[in-house]
Design a protein around this ligand. Structure first.
Ligand code: AMP
Ligand code: TRP
Length: 343
């Protein structure tokens, strides 16, 4: 048997992998739930891989020109947010061919029923009916491939990806049982605070990139006056008390955003707003978000100005990612009996 370079060691090095789709506009939900974790996890003892998942984006129709534009835009935002190419490998998923290759192989060991049960698939396919692509069904298998190719130990995501992570673990365990230990079993990393930021217009719905209502999400590139207006319009309630209670979904969401951006404790925040009105709360949240996004917005302008440098960086990232991914693929081929052997 060929060298098993990817055999998961008992503990092994800390490997972090996560992905984000280059569709719509990145919003503060993506930022709080995912991107801030990505930045914080860039530690000296860990190897980090972050990918812009354009292959996931095309599970629903995309305009080709717009998709490329968004891919570069998301790369620039991630760099501006603090993803450091010296400490992390930043790359575009489609530039590393092993992702599609492993996705096919994994789709052949994944029971159809596991995929049909995914809540995100059920929601999206219900909306799209006959237009639902087969890719939308196999979407979580591609996500499993993203993760397992890098033998990732930790996957920082928002709460909505928890089920996909459980599926990834199930696929990895099934493959390991069928073909021998090949993949490391990854752990999700989901924040206690901010893992599910809700829409400002409708706080029982998750903040998402695809909502039509312009007051639904605060986008990372929104200028200060737009951010103020969106928070002013945020849905609250008629209770007129400011507390972290689940019954007050709108207020709870505003307080959570405030907590994420200021880093203060719940007690301190409740004390600060005791006896004050929702108008004050909305203003304070807006100012905290404006302040928090300011450095990101300033740095974005610098990265966006130099697309040549951005492309070079992404190419370099894809080369580094491919080197790791190809080792896993070689092992998988060997285990499954693909090709004619001999490298
Ligand atoms: P996506 O926009 O679907 O590509 O998601 C990118 C990352 O952001 C994933 O880790 C999601 O779980 C996370 N995310 C998306 N929406 C939210 C939200 N409303 N609150 C917290 N995290 C989110
Ligand atoms: N499916 C994820 C989302 O929509 C994005 C994603 C793709 C991802 N591949 C991944 C997240 C691998 C974590 C790890 O948010």
């Amino acid at each position: 048997m060929s060298e098993v370079a990817t055999k998961p060691a008992a503990g092994g090095p800390i490997r972090v992998l996560s992905g984000i789709q280059p569709t719509g506009n990145l919003h503060i939900g993506n930022y709080i739930g995912a991107v801030t974790q990505w930045v914080a996890m860039q530690q000296p003892d860990s190897e980090n891989f972050y990918c812009i998942v354009d292959l996931h984006a095309i599970t629903v129709p995309q305009d080709p020109k717009e998709l490329r534009k968004k891919t570069r835009e998301v790369a620039a935002i991630l760099l501006a947010a603090g993803i450091d190419p010296k400490r992390s490998v930043l790359f575009v998923q489609s530039q590393v061919l092993a992702h599609t290759e492993l996705a096919w192989i994994l789709s052949c060991v994944t029971p159809y029923g596991w995929l049909a049960r995914m809540t995100q698939f059920k929601d999206k396919s219900q909306k799209q009916r006959e237009d639902t692509s087969a890719g939308l069904l196999t979407y979580p298998v591609l996500m499993a491939a993203d993760i397992l190719l890098y033998q990732a130990s930790q996957v920082p995501v928002g709460e909505d990806q928890k089920q996909h992570l459980e599926l990834t673990r199930d696929i990895a365990m099934r493959f390991n049982r069928m073909f021998g230990e090949t993949f490391r079993i990854p752990e999700p990393r989901i924040l206690d605070v901010g893992a599910r930021i809700m829409g400002l217009d409708d706080p029982v719905k998750k903040m998402s990139k695809s909502e039509e209502n312009p007051s639904h999400a605060v986008n990372l590139m929104d200028p200060p006056d737009v951010i103020r207006r969106k928070f002013q319009r945020a849905t609250t309630d008629s209770l007129a008390t400011i507390a972290f209670t689940e019954e007050q979904a709108g207020v709870f969401n505003l307080l959570t955003i405030y907590q994420s951006f200021t880093g203060q404790s719940r007690e301190a925040i409740e004390a600060q707003f005791a006896g004050r009105g929702y108008g004050d709360l909305k203003k304070a949240v807006a100012e905290a978000v404006i302040e928090g996004l300011k450095p990101l917005q300033e740095r974005y302008a610098v990265f966006a100005k130099d697309p040549g440098q951005l492309d070079a960086l992404l190419k370099e990232g894809a080369a580094k990612a491919s080197a790791v991914a190809n080792r896993t693929i070689a092992t998988v081929w060997e285990r499954v009996g693909l090709g004619i052997g001999g490298g």
